[in-house]
Design a protein around this ligand. Structure first.
Ligand code: ADP
Length: 174
């Protein structure tokens, strides 16, 4: 079955789906941006659970319950900090998306939502990040048909325009 890809504009903490992805840092103990918003919306139990996960390496991902969120799970992944583009950033970002897809497959998560990982405080150029995000998700080969649907949640109009342009391009190319 073909993976369904959609773009949504808004706050990822408010999305009703099976799992939302958190652009976390290596401590997994919360931070600013989308990470802070997810921890606030999920409640204190998320932080308690995350302490037991003992951190996460850049490019890797770990799952937790969603606690007070509308989503059942949070998949925490750590994007690379942009250091000019020659420090393996693209491969690491790609690995974030692949590992989140793999965790979704293993947990039979049907609908999952991604924020634009690394494009805030971590400084990854937005268009390049969106290209990698879409390409990694499109290339993922699931053996059991999960996830069925991926939502790219855009926090700004500008991000929505970037994803819209690229997804138009990708689907026209198929
Ligand atoms: P990173 O440290 O990986 O760069 P940030 O949280 O700083 O993570 O930013 C990642 C992206 O998430 C940015 O594009 C930012 O605009 C977006 N973002 C911030 N808050 C939210 C939110 N509540 N819902 C969806 N996206 C968000």
């Amino acid at each position: 079955m073909k993976l369904d890809i959609k773009i949504l504009r808004g706050d990822i903490t408010q999305i009703h789906c099976d799992a939302i992805v958190n652009a976390a840092n290596e401590t997994l103990l919360g931070g600013g941006g989308v990470d802070g918003a997810i921890h606030r919306a999920a409640g204190k139990e998320l932080l308690e659970f995350c302490r037991k996960l003992k951190g996460c390496r850049t490019g890797q991902a770990k799952i937790s319950p969603g606690f007070d969120l509308k989503a059942k799970y949070v998949i925490h992944t750590v994007g690379p900090v942009w250091r000019g583009g020659d420090k393996n950033e693209q491969a690491l970002l790609r690995s974030c998306y692949q590992n989140c897809m793999k965790i979704a497959e293993e947990n039979k998560i049907a609908v999952m939502a991604f924020p634009a990982i690394s494009t805030g405080v971590y400084g990854y150029p937005k268009e390049q990040a969106a290209e990698t995000a879409i390409s990694a998700v499109n290339a993922y080969k699931s053996k059991n048909g999960f996830p069925r649907e991926v939502l790219f949640v855009c926090y700004s109009k500008g991000d929505e325009a970037i994803y819209g342009k690229l997804l138009g391009f990708f689907s026209a190319g198929k």
